[in-house]
Design a protein around this ligand. Structure first.
Ligand SMILES: [Zn+2]
Length: 160
C-alpha cells in the first residue's frame, strides 16, 4: 500500500524576546486573561487573546461547570465572542497560554481538536489564515501560521 506523509511547520521561540512586538503583547494579554478563568475543577486556567484585522483585541478564558460537558475552552470563547461582536472582521492571530495549578508546564499548550475545528471554520469564513502563538506556564513558544498546520485531514464544507 502507498503511504502519504503529512507535514506541519512550527516556529519555535525560546523566549518572548524572539517574538514580534505584537505577538509578545498578545501573549501577555492572554496570560492576563487566564487570571480571570473560572476553573475550580481542573485548576487549569487557560487564557486566549486574539487580534482582529481592525486592531481590536478580544480575550477569552475557560469557563468550567459542575456539569463538566458544558465547560467551554478559553480560545473558543474568544473566537465566538469576536465573531459575535465583529461578524465581518477576520481574525489575524490568537495567543493561548495557561496558569496551571502545578505550575512550571514548559510545553506550549495546543488548542483541543474542537477548538482547532472552530478556528479553521473562521479561517474559511474570512479567507484569512490565523496565526497561533502558544505557550505553557513558562518556556518556549510555538508560532504557527495557520491552524491547518496542526489539523491534518481537516473536515470542511467542501465535503457537504
Ligand atoms: Zn478547546
Amino acid at each position: 500500500m502507498k503511504k502519504i506523509t503529512l507535514q506541519s511547520e512550527i516556529e519555535v521561540a525560546q523566549t518572548v524576546a524572539e517574538l514580534s512586538g505584537m505577538d509578545a503583547q498578545l501573549l501577555a494579554r492572554a496570560k492576563e486573561a487566564a487570571k480571570g478563568a473560572y476553573a475550580p475543577y481542573s485548576n487549569f486556567k487557560v487564557g486566549a487573546a486574539l487580534l482582529m484585522k481592525n486592531g481590536v483585541v478580544v480575550i477569552g478564558n475557560n469557563q468550567e461547570n459542575a456539569a463538566y460537558p458544558v465547560t467551554m475552552c478559553g480560545e473558543r470563547n474568544a473566537v465566538f465572542s469576536a465573531a459575535a461582536q465583529y461578524p465581518n472582521t477576520p481574525i489575524e492571530a490568537i495567543a493561548i497560554t495557561i496558569i496551571s495549578a502545578k505550575g512550571g508546564i514548559d510545553r506550549p499548550i495546543p488548542p483541543c481538536g474542537s477548538c482547532r475545528q472552530v478556528i479553521y471554520e473562521n479561517e474559511i469564513r474570512h479567507q484569512c489564515d490565523i496565526r497561533l502563538i502558544l505557550q505553557g506556564d513558562i518556556g518556549k513558544i510555538y508560532v504557527i501560521q495557520s491552524v491547518k498546520d496542526i489539523l491534518p485531514l481537516l473536515f470542511d464544507a467542501s465535503y457537504l
